[in-house]
Design a protein. Structure first.
Ligand SMILES: *[C@@H]1O[C@H](CO)[C@@H](O)[C@H](O)[C@H]1NC(C)=O
Ligand SMILES: *[C@@H]1O[C@H](CO)[C@@H](O)[C@H](O)[C@H]1NC(C)=O
Length: 491
């Protein structure tokens, strides 16, 4: 047993020495800047979606509700003897599963009923916990009951005619509101007051809200589309990123939206200096670089670079630095390790596994570690790799743990608390996971390098419940059972 553990640890540990920051590759930059790379990735995703649609795989009514299932010897067998309901797991139990149709999305139609982002909200008075589930047709709203069962309360439809770009919906919280954006044309950004859920009588649930049941609706986007929405709650604004077209004056970069009065969201300015921004994290700067103490900083994930902006003045923001790295293929998203002491951040690249480049050559997802102590000179100090083949996606860091939604490999939790002491990444380890996509488990390496399975999760709840939204089926509710320590065999 001990030997096996060590072998796994060796296989898992990354060779951090290969990591290296570098200048943006200008020979390839034009292909990113023009949108050719993004379009190619989106075309691939549409193709996958159509194949699934044609095969009936997106008819999510076929997936029954599941009940509590303990993770035993690496498997949570939610339906006895059924491979499609037997989930690989580690230190995580299943509490509930509800398909998208039940959460509010009508039956799978010709257009599908896929899921995308998810976020959560806790009522500050009662402590009750709620989730907002991004789906093709709108946003599903549910409560997590104390024993770990979901209660579907409502559905907020998308405020525009559905089309294939409705596949992308992104949700973040601002105080008691959900900020909901989509790639769907004319969707704009909905601002929904979650306190509306507090008074719904369970006997009358689910309630279908009308598109007018929002507190605010921000429509000042070139085509009404945004790839993502980002919130800086402390400084009371949101940011639309990736609001195409790229030829727009804001370049599909950062568009700042004042949220001081959520019923009247207004533009504060934009930054087009590095063109398209795919995702970002905007927070007040608290870190060792004294030049920026107290400034308002955005960490931008910009397709072929990690770009740092000083956005203190929304009407005249500027770029501090722009850095690429070995293996850069599609710089996708990331998170600062500790927002209260901004020294390191984690970056996920969404296409390095498919392009089989850099440290992702073998198809095992790579998370890139950055030393950001000097905001003008970033260093890629190392990386860590997943134990399962696939593609890494959205992550966030809470209390030294990074929660990553790794498509077909499900939700993966890494202990990243070692990074300040060992920024090579060799001391990082995977402490828990729940693989919600058994369909690809028999593939070499336990998964496919494909866009399927889980898109995002939300794990900030005090109760410890983690809600995982998936592309095909619905929402899983899981919980970590034990926080194991990493075996620091190289330390
Ligand atoms: C979807 O699946 C359900 C349950 O398996 C089935 O009853 C229904 O006919 C399917 N719908 C379509 C459009 O195939
Ligand atoms: C914008 O900021 C730059 C410095 O970052 C400054 O040189 C310039 O004058 C400012 N422009 C305006 C219009 O305030």
């Amino acid at each position: 047993m001990r030997l096996k553990a060590i072998v796994i640890a060796v296989g898992f540990c990354a060779v951090g020495a290969q990591a290296k920051e570098k200048a943006v590759d200008m020979s390839r930059h034009a292909e990113y800047e023009s949108g050719t790379v993004m379009d190619r990735i989106m075309a691939h995703k549409f193709e996958q979606w159509k194949i699934k649609l044609a095969s009936g795989a997106l008819n999510n009514t076929q997936w029954p509700r599941l009940s509590y299932t303990k993770c035993v010897n690496g498997f949570a067998e939610a339906v006895q003897g059924d491979a499609l309901h037997t989930f690989r797991c580690k230190n995580m139990d299943l509490y509930d599963f509800i398909n998208h149709a039940t959460i509010g999305s009508p039956l799978a139609t010709e257009e599908g009923a896929t899921g995308s982002s998810i976020w959560g909200w806790t009522d500050p008075r009662s402590g009750r916990e709620f989730i907002a589930v991004g789906m093709y047709q709108g946003t599903g709203l549910a409560e997590i009951l104390p024993k770990g069962r979901l209660l579907v309360l409502g559905f907020l439809p998308a405020p525009a005619a559905l089309g294939q770009h409705a596949l992308w919906k992104e949700i973040r919280a601002y105080k008691n509101y959900m900020i909901i954006g989509s790639e769907l044309e004319d969707h704009g950004i909905q601002i929904f007051d979650m306190r509306k859920l507090l008074t719904i009588n369970p006997k009358e649930a689910p309630v279908t809200f009308s598109i007018d049941d929002v507190t605010g609706h921000f429509k000042d986007l070139p085509l009404g589309r945004t790839h993502n929405v980002v919130v800086n709650e402390e400084l009371q604004y949101a940011v639309s990123v990736g609001a195409v077209p790229r030829e727009d004056a804001c370049g599909a970069g950062l568009i700042f939206i004042d949220l001081k009065d959520p019923s009247k969201p207004t533009r504060l300015g934009c930054n087009a200096q590095d063109g398209y921004v795919h995702d970002a994290q905007c927070i007040r700067y608290r870190g060792p670089d004294k030049r920026y103490l107290g400034h308002d900083i955005c960490y931008g994930y910009n397709e072929d670079s990690l770009t740092i902006y000083d956005v203190t003045n929304k009407a005249n923001s500027s770029i501090i630095s722009r850095t690429s790295y070995d293996g850069a293929s599609y710089t996708h998203q990331g998170w600062v390790l500790d927002p209260l002491n901004q020294e390191y951040l984690l970056l996920d690249d969404e296409y390095d596994e498919r392009d089989a480049v850099g440290p992702a050559k073998d198809g095992y997802p790579v998370t890139y570690i950055w030393d950001i102590r000097d905001l003008q000179n970033l260093k890629n100090t190392g990386f860590y790799k997943a134990t399962n083949r696939g593609i890494d996606h959205n992550q966030y860091v809470i209390d030294g743990l990074s929660y990553q939604s790794s498509y077909g490999a499900g939700v993966r939790v890494y202990d990243v608390s070692s990074i300040p002491a060992d920024p090579t990444g060799t001391s990082v380890c995977e402490v828990a996971y729940f693989d919600i996509y058994p369909e690809d488990d028999a593939e070499p390496g336990g998964g496919t390098v494909e866009f399927a399975g889980s898109w995002a999760s939300y794990g900030y709840f005090k109760s410890g419940f983690i809600a995982v939204n998936t592309f095909e089926r619905g929402v899983y509710l899981v919980k970590i059972t034990k926080r194991e320590r990493c075996q620091r065999i190289y330390a």
